[in-house]
Design a protein around this ligand. Sequence first.
Ligand code: HSE
Length: 309
Amino acid sequence: MNEIKLFCPASVANVSCGFDVLGFCLDRIGDEMVIRKTFKKGIQILKIDGQNLPLETMNNVAGVAGLALLKAHPVGFGFEIEINKGIKAGSGIGSSAASAAGAVFGINELLGRPFTRKELIQFAMKGEELASGVPHADNVAPVLLGGFTLVRSSKEPDVIGLPTPTQLYATVLHPKIELKTSDARAVLKKNILLEKAIEQWGNLAALVSALYTNDYGLIGRSLVDVVVEPHRSALIPGFHDLKEAAIQTGALGSGISGSGPSMFALSKGKETAVLVGEAMSKSFESYSIEFELHISKINPEGIHIISSK
Ligand code: HSE
């Protein structure tokens, strides 16, 4: 195989109570990426359609993630990459993660799979480090593994794939303004109160349990973020109205997708997810900011191969 074309999906990180550790993969929203072998060693980013992003390998998340893989598995040839961005940078639905994960997944396939999908997480995280200053895995893990993922540790990445209740659907409203992850991280406090930590880890543990037991009520009760959301919500136009609209329409819960500005809601059943989307759209119309709406099942597969030759 000399060339591979991939679909690299968007993802929702944090999922309210799981800052930097929890995420899930979206379906059909994402980037396309072509990776091919070349005689020239290293990695060249040939073009990026749909977004104005750096082509220099060391300044590009796909470039640095791919180089991290090649450092661990040196070869006598190189790779060129073309990306068609369907996910906007700074949207909160894992734009950098899709590119970083896509690069390492594609290169790994072209090398005959020296690494497992889980092992690729450590390389993809290098792209996240370039994008946000911190090597977190809560977006790249669900993109590479599919479904919901929990990052027990990102130091020596230890990631657990979680089950998805079959009727769970996501609604994502993406206001078309850019919010850099690094800026959204800069508003966070370094210390939190013990009582807030207790509330947060209670909710996170309960949410994980609810995914195993298909307990939709418990999912709803657990989608609470008392640590990060209070600081970031001020950066999101319409945050309170969107959340209120989603909950009033029957969503199990709603919060900031990743570092925002996108907002997500989780619902039981597609019908409710669609109604929630209509209510969120109606609520956001008064802000005169263009937006996109996505209704998505939780993508169980993650990245997939479109074609290869
Ligand atoms: N966990 C990350 C954050 C996700 O919220 O900053 C965005 O990359």
